[in-house]
Design a protein around this ligand. Structure first.
Ligand code: ADP
Length: 256
């Protein structure tokens, strides 16, 4: 019996992020003021981007969000990252309800615990690959020497040791995305979130980036949204979204 309790504890303690019945509604347009209401103006329509979705993501797991454009994938990623607050439901990170944090605390939490990779890389053109990778450490107060050392290490790990002083425009799309992955890892986050990470890349570059994600997930949790079959095949588990709802979910450890 004691064994089964221990294994239950281990399983629950490895949950990095969980969402319980999260809903996100956006308002399209602005609410009428007092005068507008007196004049009979209606409240603007709302769109339910995520509708009562629940999921748990554990260390060493890659969870994929699939579904057509507009089905709520990016919004769900933003909720998990604490970039957006749910209208209803809770998002907890290692047991802490993100809603209990102030805006400043959430920013700090994101900086320290979550790495984010975007489809369009979002690198700064005026900075070298190394300075781009080191950027999150400026915010966390790490000294310049240490920043450069860690950024160089990470660029070497993603196979770009000979590109550290290159500017983003001097790199291919696949190389830029690997710089973005290195930047996402610089604070050694427990969770990496990626929105269409191979969406801008050709097949070959996409494959190299996917290999990086496999390595990334060796000691952290990864949630990624994608349309791409090959990218989704990499995932340990898939959630299919339609109109903001999770319509299908493969079980933990199950095949898709
Ligand atoms: P996906 O990533 O699957 O393409 P999104 O999460 O981007 O889907 O969008 C889900 C729905 O929410 C869409 O109808 C989209 O137009 C709407 N939406 C997303 N962000 C906003 C926003 N900031 N304001 C208003 N509507 C939004």
């Amino acid at each position: 019996m004691a064994g089964s309790v221990a294994s239950f504890d281990e399983a629950s303690s490895s949950v990095v992020v969980s969402a319980t019945d999260v809903t996100k509604r956006y308002t399209r347009g602005t609410e009428p003021g007092v005068l507008g209401r007196l004049l009979g103006r209606q409240s603007p329509p709302t769109v339910c981007a995520v509708d009562s979705a629940s999921l748990e993501v554990r260390t060493e797991e890659i969870v994929g969000l699939a579904g057509p454009s507009g089905s709520g994938k990016s919004t769900l990623l933003h909720l998990l990252a604490g970039l957006e607050r749910p209208t209803d439901g809770t998002v907890t990170f290692r047991g802490t309800d993100l809603a209990s944090l102030s805006r400043r605390e959430r920013t700090r939490h994101r900086l320290e615990h979550i790495g984010i990779v975007f489809q369009q890389f979002h690198l700064l053109d005026s900075l070298s690959a190394r300075a781009n990778v080191a950027l999150p450490l400026v915010e966390t107060g790490v000294g310049k020497r240490e920043r450069r050392r860690r950024a160089t290490d990470l660029l070497e790990r993603v196979g770009l040791g000979d590109r550290i002083t290159h500017r983003p425009r001097e790199l291919s799309g696949g190389e830029q995305q690997r710089v973005a992955i290195a930047r996402a890892l610089i604070t050694d986050p427990e969770l990496v979130i990626a929105d269409e990470p191979t969406g801008e890349l050709d097949t070959e570059a996409g494959r190299t980036v996917l290999q990086e994600f496999e390595r990334v997930a060796e000691n952290r949790a990864v949630v990624l949204a994608s349309h791409d079959r090959e990218t989704l095949e990499l995932c340990d588990r898939l959630l299919r979204l339609r109109d903001g709802s999770v319509v299908d979910q493969s079980p933990p450890g199950g095949s898709q």
